[in-house]
Write a protein that binds this ligand. Structure first.
Ligand code: HAM
Length: 475
């Protein structure tokens, strides 16, 4: 909106122009765009129960499977991402939010979490801890991608990484945890896609074979893949362009060219998955978009009937990463889910979001003194773990009781002028309509007793007492 600023130019020193000049300068202020940046979104209160459910399920599973929480900064030195994810990858080449700070540091917003976590693992000497070191993290990541449904520039990941164990049983356990995450969120129809892309030794030979093949089909590839063929030929295999898919179908497959160690590793993984009764599909075109992977790679796809599959999460082994960025050789494996994608899928399959416990008690007040006292009483109830609703702004008792009815509480505590003076409170049973007067001193115990007798769960602070878990209801 244009704002007119009146600028008074007083020219006392120039008598010839004694007349005061009033100059009107119209300054166009740039309008504030009342929207976030493209590809970024507000998470509104109505969506929060889905987020809360994802938080609860993932935090609980991470604890159950022995993961400790880690949080690393959103901004890191750019070269950490360039080197670990790979210079030739889309994430680094096209999607990194990188900038130079006022102090001259070249930094970037994290496009994923594993590089930062591996950096922290080395920096804090976690290699001396008993292995495997299992770390869980959750937070926002940033990719300057082309936004569309399920693809954002700011999105959230829940991320599980495990350092120090090379046994394929870990690969199977990670896939098991990933499957548990989605199942516990009420997403039953999933597809587990697995592949092995080998180690640097056997991958080199496989890459040579693949490049030879791709060169022979170069005219049939899209422009991007012609470039990819040089810098990261494996990525040609998961190009979504029809013509590239056709070329990929007959391409040599990495699983057929694994060295003995990688072959045995993959075979054992599949045996463990069979043992776990986790159905999987070996997908020879699953190569992942980050360079740090070795051996096992996997993705969890939504199993939508309509055939439109989206990757809810993915990961794999990255045995070379820790050494490559400066630590000692440390085998590792991990995966991440995109939270927005999970929530889209939860909504699509009508999975239950989190339901916060509802207050069973309403506190109504009438008159100035009672109003003053009710604030303290509310806090006493809250301190004692009793969830209470109120509508302090409303004056009339009738309208407060209307709110209490609408909320479906079991009892209303009424504090009027007389009660405030007598140090009593009226307890109204909202179902039978019966009323009794209780002394303020004994009120908390009485309310607790009544809630228990009525077989109502007394609300406790989330930190103290585990609530009946919804995630279990859904398994
Ligand atoms: P990623 O496959 O690049 O892997 O991302 C994991 C998940 O993040 C994807 O499966 C998808 O659900 C979600 N995602 C990716 N890009 C977007 C986007 N633009 N908008 C919304 N959601 C998106 C990784 O990030 C690895 N760091 C996973 C990992 C952990 N590997 C080992 N440890």
């Amino acid at each position: 909106m244009a704002k007119i600023i009146k600028k008074v130019v007083a020219k006392k020193a120039a008598p010839a122009k004694a007349k005061k000049q009033v100059k009107e300068v119209k300054k166009e202020l740039e309008p504030i765009a009342l929207q976030p940046l493209r590809g970024m979104k507000d998470i509104l209160p109505e969506d929060q129960p889905y987020w809360e459910q994802v938080r609860r399920v993932t935090e609980r599973l991470s604890r159950d499977y022995g993961f400790s929480r880690i949080d690393t900064p959103i901004v890191e030195f750019s070269n950490l991402f360039n080197r670990s994810i790979g210079e030739g990858t889309d994430i680094v080449e096209k999607e990194l939010y990188s900038f130079v700070t006022k102090g001259g540091d070249k930094v970037a917003l994290r496009p994923e979490m594993t590089a930062g976590i591996a950096r922290a693992y080395i920096q804090h000497g976690m290699n001396v801890l008993s292995k495997p070191v299992k770390l869980f993290s959750a937070g926002t990541v940033y990719r300057y991608d082309r936004p569309q449904e399920g693809r954002y520039r700011e999105f959230s990941q829940v991320n599980f990484d495990s350092f120090g164990e090379q046994d394929p049983i870990l690969d199977a356990q990670m896939i098991q945890v990933a499957a548990r995450v989605v199942q516990n969120l009420g997403i039953k129809a999933i597809q587990i896609q697995v592949n092995s892309i080998g180690c640097p030794v056997c991958r080199k030979q496989y890459k040579d074979l693949l490049v030879n093949y791709l060169e022979s089909k170069a005219t049939k590839l899209c422009i991007d893949c012609k470039r990819r063929m040089e810098v990261s030929p494996l990525r040609v295999l998961d190009c979504k362009e029809d013509k590239c898919s056709q070329v990929a179908v007959s391409a040599p497959q990495s699983v057929d060219h694994l060295c003995e160690e990688c072959r045995v590793h993959f075979k054992s993984l599949l045996e463990y998955l069979d043992e776990l009764d986790l159905p999987y599909t070996i997908n020879p075109r699953l190569v992942r978009g980050l360079d740090y992977y070795t051996k096992t790679v996997f993705e969890i796809w939504s199993g939508s009937e309509e055939g439109r599959k989206s990757s809810l999460g993915g990961g794999g082994r990255y045995d070379g990463l820790v050494k490559m960025i400066g630590g000692e050789a440390t085998p590792a494996i991990g995966f991440a889910f995109g939270v927005e994608r999970i929530i889209l899928e939860m909504k699509r399959v009508q999975a239950k979001p989190y339901r916060a416990p509802k207050p069973k008690v309403f506190l109504a007040q009438l008159g100035d003194l009672a109003k003053k006292k009710s604030l303290r009483l509310f806090s006493e109830l809250e301190k004692n773990g009793i969830l209470v609703a109120e509508s302090f702004g409303r004056g009339s008792l009738k309208s407060q009781l209307r709110v209490a009815n609408r909320l479906g509480v079991e009892m209303t505590l009424i504090l009027g002028q007389k009660e405030a003076l007598d140090k009593t409170v009226i307890i109204k049973n909202m179902i039978s309509g019966e009323q009794e007067t209780a002394s303020a001193e004994k009120l908390i115990d009485l309310v607790k007793k009544k809630l228990k007798t009525d077989n109502v769960v007394v609300y406790h602070d989330h930190n103290h007492v585990a609530e009946p878990s919804q995630e279990q209801e859904q398994t």
